[in-house]
Design a protein around this ligand. Structure first.
Ligand code: GAP
Length: 453
């Protein structure tokens, strides 16, 4: 059975320690969430899988981790100061404020009044003061996307780790947007994480690479356990494109609240490098860029054969970590009927994403020999497995199995009296609920073969 609601996911997240409302004990702060003990593991596993696919499995992409506080000039030349806004209007009756595209038939979604102001642009970037004097001049932005400091580091990365075209720079981390209407749990929030790749290609090869990255990203989401049937491509119409984009394809996912964007893959042309570079007039920049007199770096690459300077085009697959988390959770959540009118909740997470890889469960909570043997086994397995192995000493095997089904632990290993005699352990599979007795010497191979952990 898989017809659950967003509330089912929110409830599981709170009950089991995946996600909590941020600042909850003081009434919360809208659009912010905290990841709990299990959430942080799942989130890190998702990010690690992305990093591996981008950096370790390829030889043409480098990673960086840049600052979050951003010099306003970066976001001036990127176009964000002028264009990164949503049109907003106010209801004069109930004093509420709405995004213009959320208002239908000219009526306030809150009270239904038609007494609304005209839409005005509202910039979505957060500002903060830098240094001891709050005079309004020494401020920085909290980055609204991780992309910009990839562009500003283009020359640093190339000088230290040279690559011919095509090549990429990847980054994951926090981004901040003062969303007018944060909603749908972690889908639209004010502080979130992105996993972004800026892939630099020769002008003219951009459209081919755009298609290629769209397919690669679709495949990757399926490798994370997302059903192909729940993914759709949306070719963003020209009048909806961001200011830097020549073409954007969104990967849409069927969330509990509807079909919505999970990742966007944009062809950013030579807009960003062209905007941030010095010596614009000597470079053959195609995009319409603002004249830049303040950059001190030439963001171009020299063709070794022709000696010509080229401002590369950029293909950008940009994914939201939190939206990925929500999609994966939604996909994995199942309520299964069992015999005798019972049911169980199970998260069929891919083992590489599971927050707990293995649970070691002593058959008897107070039997010192069994508990000691369990501790020893946990410690051995923890050395063999990447990710968390948990000693689950509740004394109730059935309850422990249910808990680990619900949090997606791929396998539970029970330690009983026989284990102490002959070093064999019962391994119970989350999905099939089958149990097998395996000797200690064979456990590692068993785990690799069955779970690749
Ligand atoms: N650098 C390009 C860029 O930032 P975007 O479409 O604005 O493009 C990319 O954002 C991805 O970041 C989205 O596909 C989404 O997954 C995620 N994202 C954007 N705004 C978000 C928000 N308010 N809350 C959660 N995730 C968000």
């Amino acid at each position: 059975m898989n017809n659950h609601t967003m509330e089912d996911l929110v409830s599981l997240c709170k009950r089991r320690g995946f996600i909590f409302q941020s600042n909850e004990i003081y009434g919360g702060l809208q659009g912010l969430y905290d990841y709990g003990p299990l959430g942080v593991e799942l989130k890190n596993n998702l990010k690690r899988a992305w990093w591996k696919s981008m950096i370790y499995d390829r030889d043409d992409i480098e990673g960086i981790d840049s600052s979050i506080l951003t010099n306003p000039l970066v976001l001036k030349y990127s176009g964000h100061e002028d264009t990164f806004s949503d049109p907003l209007l106010d209801c004069r009756s109930c004093k509420s404020r709405w995004r213009a595209d959320h208002v239908e038939d000219g009526k306030c979604p809150g009270c239904g009044s038609e007494d609304l102001t005209d839409p005005r642009p509202f910039n979505l970037m957060f500002k903060t003061n830098v240094g001891p004097v709050e005079d309004g001049n020494s401020f920085a932005y909290l980055r609204p996307e991780t992309a910009q400091n990839i562009f500003t580091n283009f020359k640093n990365v190339l000088d230290s780790t040279p690559h011919p075209l095509p090549f990429g720079i990847a980054q994951m981390g926090k981004a901040f947007r003062n969303e007018i209407t944060p909603r749908n749990f972690i889908f639209r929030v004010r502080e979130f994480e992105q996993m972004e790749l800026e892939f630099f290609v020769r002008p003219g090869e951009d459209e081919e690479w755009h298609k290629r990255w769209t397919n690669l990203r679709l495949d990757w989401w399926q490798e994370q356990g997302i059903d192909k049937e729940k993914l759709e491509l949306y070719h963003v119409p020209e009048d909806e494109l961001a200011h830097y984009s020549k073409a954007t394809v969104d990967i849409m996912y069927k969330y509990p609240h509807g079909l919505e964007e999970l990742e966007g893959i944009a062809n950013r042309t030579d807009f960003d490098l062209g905007s941030h570079t010095k010596g614009q007039k000597d470079l053959n920049i195609n995009a319409k860029v603002e004249k830049n007199t303040q950059s001190n770096a030439k963001l171009a690459i020299q063709d070794l054969n022709t000696k010509e300077w080229v401002v590369p085009y950029v293909i950008e697959p940009s994914a939201g970590v939190d939206r990925g988390f929500l999609a994966i959770l939604n996909e994995a959540y199942k309520v299964e009927d069992l015999e005798g009118d019972k049911n169980r909740t199970v998260l069929n997470l891919k083992p590489h994403l599971a927050p707990i890889k293995l649970a070691v469960i002593p058959l008897k909570r107070n039997d010192q020999a069994i508990v000691n043997a369990s501790r020893e086994l946990k410690s051995k397995l923890q050395k063999a497995v990447t990710g968390r192995v948990l000693l689950e000493n509740t004394g109730n095997i059935g309850k422990s199995y249910r808990k680990h089904d619900e949090i997606g632990t791929p396998a539970c290993i029970t330690v009983d009296f026989q284990s102490i005699e002959d070093n064999t352990y019962t391994i119970r599979d989350r999905d099939t609920m089958n149990q097998e007795r395996v000797h200690l010497d064979d456990i590692k191979a068993y785990l690799i073969q069955n779970y690749n952990i």
